[in-house]
Design a protein around this ligand. Structure first.
Ligand code: FES
Length: 213
């Protein structure tokens, strides 16, 4: 059994397993920290969404809660001027090329982007950054899965899940603005060896991978 430690998050003393990631310790105790890319079972967090910043007393700057392990006596703050600025900027960058069409999106009301916006008072259509639409084709070639890469936030949850409980079909390709979740040689999902398990649709925190209606 792992050793327990006491940590303080936003003034609340909570117990966590030593080394447990702060993100999960906070969420388990009803304290919300924005997060898109983390998976509890993944012991090697991607830390790609850059939304889960917290401040820890004695640390020179904010750190990601999904990568930082709990240690006895840690004093953590989920909100500060620096944290709020980082989260807001990260969220706005994600939203600047996310196809936001909530009213017709199958994930409407069950979307992590909507939750983050609600929890942190952020706009789903921020005006500060110029929109960078990708205009990629929607893939409806799989029997039961619809893939809209224009809504993908590149969190990697589907890739990890496909490797661990699916057919290992999904992966990342290309770099920078062109980075995309795709299949080997960009084959359409229906011709890619996807077994249609739909685990990726459950892992997707937004409306990029959904079960066909
Ligand atoms: S949840 Fe920590 S960086 Fe994405």
């Amino acid at each position: 059994m792992s050793k327990k430690v006491k940590i303080t998050i936003d003034g609340k003393v909570v117990e966590a397993a030593a080394g447990q990631k702060i993100l999960w310790a906070a969420l388990d105790n009803g304290i919300y920290i924005p997060h898109l890319c983390s998976i509890r079972e993944n012991h090697y967090p991607f830390a790609s969404c850059r939304l889960c910043f917290v401040e820890i007393e004695g640390y020179p700057g904010p750190v990601t809660a999904c990568t930082e392990g709990a240690a006895e006596g840690m004093v953590i703050s989920t909100r500060s001027e620096r944290v709020d600025r980082l989260v807001r900027t990260g969220f706005e960058m994600i939203m600047s090329n996310h196809r936001t069409e909530c009213r017709v999106c199958p994930k409407n009301r069950n979307c992590t982007l909507q939750k983050i916006a609600r929890e942190r008072g952020l706009k789903l259509k921020p005006a500060r950054l110029e929109r960078l639409d990708r205009n990629l084709p929607v893939d409806d070639t799989a029997g039961n899965i619809l893939y809209d890469p224009n809504k993908c936030v590149l969190c990697g949850r589907c890739v990890w899940t496909c490797r661990h409980s699916g057919s290992g079909t999904l992966g990342f390709a290309r770099r920078g603005f062109d980075r995309v979740v795709t299949t080997f040689m960009d084959a359409p999902l229906g011709e890619s060896g996807c077994n249609g398990c739909t685990a990726c649709t459950l892992a997707c925190p937004v409306g990029a991978l959904t079960v066909k209606g």
